[in-house]
Design a protein around this ligand. Structure first.
Ligand code: NDP
Length: 248
């Protein structure tokens, strides 16, 4: 029997990039996947079609996690229409890069609200039902930038560092009821988010990566699958780097 057989998994920002790979991977492990998106319904539906063609189960679910109402409605819709959420992957994220002297309040707030607020809002909405069920797994997608910082990304780095604090605190809060909370810190992964990297920046990243390549979304997705499985049953509050060694 596949290791996640029949478990309902909600993946925020599952419509493309790393989130889409996570949806595909969890579905191939037997999970029934809720593919969340904010704006692009056709991309989310394409992920669901691909999962179904491969024999898995997936449903597209709209919801803006950057607001408390949006995240609560999303969690409620998945629990009501699909089933009790056993796995929550907080993957939705955005960048609005600039040097701090030019960084607008709007770009500060939108990144914090989406990347950090989104995880807070979904975790809060799901905490009561998960506590009642005394089981559950949460995986937060942070970033190597949240660990080491990056010039021009103060808003993004602050949101991702905050996500690490949230992960560790929540692991302590929920561990007594059998709920595990971990984070994954990807290095540079080839997606739309990193597509616009200038050649010079790309070369510098590759030069600092012992494995000598950018990551693929599937590299992150396989690590998520492991952390969601019972094989990781004694792992909580951890931050797993999936970065080809860039952070060493
Ligand atoms: P993409 O930009 O390719 O995808 C982002 C996803 O998030 C989309 O599905 C988008 O949906 C969704 N999203 C954005 N805002 C919201 C919102 N308010 N509510 C719900 N969904 C939303 O990003 P990546 O796949 O590259 O990144 C995924 C995660 O991994 C992010 O958290 C990112 O910070 C992190 N990460 C990425 C790295 C990389 O190198 N790519 C490295 C380290 C971490 P829609 O289009 O419908 O808005």
């Amino acid at each position: 029997m596949p290791e996640l057989d029949g478990r309902v998994a909600l993946v925020t920002g599952g419509s493309r990039g790393i989130g889409a790979a996570i949806c595909t991977e969890l579905a191939s492990a037997g999970a029934e996947v809720a593919v969340n998106y904010a704006r692009d319904a056709s991309a989310a539906n394409a992920v669901c079609d691909a999962v179904r063609e491969a024999g898995g189960s997936a449903h597209a679910v709209q919801g803006d996690v950057s607001t408390a109402e949006g995240a609560a409605a999303l969690v409620g819709a998945v629990e009501g229409d699909i089933g009790p959420i056993a796995i929550l992957v907080n993957n939705a994220g955005i960048t609005r890069d600039d040097l701090i002297m030019r960084l607008s309040e709007e770009d500060w707030r939108s990144v914090i609200d989406t990347n950090l607020g989104g995880a807070f809002f979904t975790c809060r909405a799901l905490s009561r039902p998960m506590l009642k069920r005394r089981t559950g797994v949460i995986v937060n997608i942070t970033s190597i930038v949240g660990v080491h910082g990056n010039a021009g990304q103060t808003n993004y780095a602050a949101s991702k560092a905050g996500l690490i604090g949230l992960t560790k605190s929540l692991a302590k809060e929920l561990g007594g009821r059998g709920i595990r909370v971990n984070a994954i810190a990807p290095g540079y992964i080839a997606t739309e988010l990193t597509h616009a990297l200038p050649d010079q920046a790309r070369e510098a990243i590759l030069g600092g990566t012992p494995l000598g390549r950018l990551g693929e979304p599937a590299d992150v997705a396989r690590a998520v699958r492991f952390l969601c499985s019972d094989a990781a049953g004694f792992i909580t509050g951890d931050v797993l780097a999936v970065d080809g060694g860039l952070g060493i």
